[in-house]
Design a protein around this ligand. Sequence first.
Ligand code: BYC
Length: 313
Amino acid sequence: METVSLEANFDAKLTRNEMIEPKDWMPDNYRKHLIRQISQHAHSEIVGMLPEGNWITRAPSLRAKIVLLAKVQDEGGHGLYLYTAAETLQISREELLDQLHTGKAKYSSIFNYPTLTWADIGAVGWLVDGAAIMNQVMLQRTSYGPYARAMVRICKEESFHQRQGYEIMCRLAFGSQEQKEMAQDALNRWWWPSLMMFGPPDANSPNSANAIKWKIKRESNDQLRQRFVNQTVPQAEFLGLSVPDKELKWNDAKGGYDFGTPDWNEFENVIHGNGPCNKERLAARVEAHDKGRWVREAAAVFAAKKKGMDKAA
Ligand code: BYC
């Protein structure tokens, strides 16, 4: 088939809201766009394990430790589903990881902030996983089949993570005065970086036009950010905590909150490698990758031997 009719067929599938599958023809830019987004998403999952993993040995109870351990393991699993989805687009896992380790590929800005207290683990679950779900629910209907299917399971697990975080915040906010102050301090530090997770304002988002045209993203950065604020402010009120935004105000006419502008200069700095923990996070990832080399090599030898045995049988 000629490229014109292949492209018409691709467009028609999108119009009918059918999924694009790995064996289908797709424009090269669509493939590249997906590799960029899915791999950055995968990198975010595995880098996201670091700030939380930091608290496993210091969780305040056995129950809290088990729950946090399970959550961090889930994030590792999400990374695996997403790398596998990206690999269906003709790129190897090694190449994807190399892009992360050399700083060529981005990962979510949020994981370049430190988790200073146990309340931060609550705030991460509540706000960071909350923002992640807000963005990822629409990705269950993204146009690329393997990505959409990976997102279904990820979303289920992320809701458990969000509840884990909110439970910690409830305990602290309804605890002693000191605990309540810890909860407020965590909210103060995580609020604005959480709003930045949705990406730059629509007017400054170079990838959005194609993402929407190709039905990769179903909603815009600003729409999702607004929904997140609308949903989260009442949760903060329930906790008796105040959102650190003087411009925050309910707007009857729009049926949502008006809110202040995140510091987009800070965001640009963080996504270009100059946030509070960028260097530490990347170094930890590279070290983990190097230390895991023997596992990858042993698994490859085992797989090759098993293949040989299966053939002989
Ligand atoms: N951090 O044109 P734009 C999670 C980059 S949650 C870093 O709007 P797009 C987890 C963007 O990549 C987080 N970089 O881009 C939760 C682009 O640069 P390049 C992961 C960002 O793609 C809890 C440039 O800025 N979730 O994993 O249309 C525990 C211009 O942006 C960010 C996902 O990845 C940011 N926050 O929209 C553990 C969801 N925002 O690539 C783990 C899937 C923007 O051109 N991803 N940039 O050099 C998406 O939905 C979209 O990629 C985004 C950005 C909404 C993030």
